[in-house]
Design a protein around this ligand. Structure first.
Ligand code: FAD
Ligand code: FES
Length: 277
């Protein structure tokens, strides 16, 4: 059992939880994820390791309440227990010879981009973080990202806070202003990552994306998280979730992501939560 030691509400849909998991905290690296099961009859879901503290023995997760499991998880409080919490899973991000990077987080992707920014900033890399949200109510982790970035630009689609526009426009402007990035990291909705890659491919800037297909076992056995990368079959749970964005077949990933939409709708209609909520 894994204790929730801290809970923070970041916006109406997104919550942060710090979980006591010393063995995972000891080994965790940016880019990796955990799979949790909140209760006996619960579903296993993957969530990115948004932060970790090796001294305190804690792992931080940030999740958006989109369906039954994440909504039930969000109702748990400090002191409550999570039944299974497995990790660290996936391949840790590796950064070689990076001097200047632009890290782009779209919506919830901001939480996943945070550990990458923290790691690179800690390595002495010049970090420009760009985050995009639909409106100001949805902005998360602004202070945390500011602390690990040389420059932070927050954009909103409707202009209700920060710069009005999409993250791709901001990246384009920064490049046109003369910023020479040797690495771009894009984490967010698939259409956003695809748009960033279309821009950086033309400019020849290496780009890493974080893919989050449906995962089932998280160990490479079930094939659920299959992606096509560079014309080859890859499994996000063991080969990723980070991949070279210029090689990913985003259209196929989008089709697969929508495969269970009808079943998810039925499940949400019929679900009776068993977490005492
Ligand atoms: C490597 C990885 C890292 C992730 N990191 C985060 C994170 O840090 N924060 C966060 O909020 N979300 C993250 N996700 C997505 C998260 O796993 C899903 O939002 C969650 O599983 C939804 O479950 P649900 O029962 O609440 O919703 P459902 O109603 O079951 O599903 C809603 C949406 O979640 C997706 N989804 C459902 N089950 C899975 C699954 N087992 N694997 C992947 N996607 C699924 C569906 O495609 C659908 O779009 C990550 C996914 C992966 C694969
Ligand atoms: S989740 Fe089963 S192969 Fe990756």
């Amino acid at each position: 059992m894994f204790r929730i030691v801290k809970k923070r509400i970041l916006n109406t849909q997104v919550k942060l939880m710090e979980i006591e998991a010393p063995f995972i905290a000891k080994k965790a690296e940016p880019g990796q994820f955990i799979i949790l099961r909140a209760s006996e009859n619960g579903e296993r879901i993957p969530l990115t390791i948004a932060d970790f503290d090796r001294d305190k023995g804690t792992v931080t997760i940030v999740f958006q309440e989109v369906g039954n499991t994440t909504k039930a998880l969000g109702k748990l409080n400090e002191g409550d227990m999570i039944l299974d919490f497995v990790g660290p899973l996936g391949t840790a991000s590796h950064f070689d010879n990076v001097k200047k990077t632009a890290i782009i987080g779209g919506g919830l992707g901001t939480a996943i981009s945070y550990p990458q920014a923290k790691k690179l900033y800690g390595m002495g890399v010049e970090v420009h973080s760009i985050t995009g949200f639909r409106n100001k109510e949805l902005i998360i982790l602004e202070e945390e990202l500011k602390a690990v970035s040389n420059k932070l630009i927050v954009a909103t689609d409707d202009g209700s806070n920060g710069v009005k526009g999409f993250v791709t426009d901001i990246l384009k402007n920064l490049i046109e202003e003369g910023n020479k990035y040797d690495l771009v990291i894009a984490i967010g909705p698939i259409p956003m990552m695809k748009a960033v890659c279309n821009l950086t491919k033309v400019l020849g800037i290496k780009t890493i994306v974080s893919m989050n297909p449906v995962m089932i076992d998280g160990t490479g056995m079930c094939g659920g998280c299959r992606l096509t990368v560079g014309g080859k079959v890859k499994f996000a749970c063991i080969d990723g979730p980070d991949f070279d964005g210029h090689e990913v077949d985003f259209d196929e990933a989008m089709r697969r992501q929508n495969m269970y939409k009808d079943e998810e709708k039925i499940s949400q209609k019929e679900h009776k939560c068993n977490l005492g909520v």
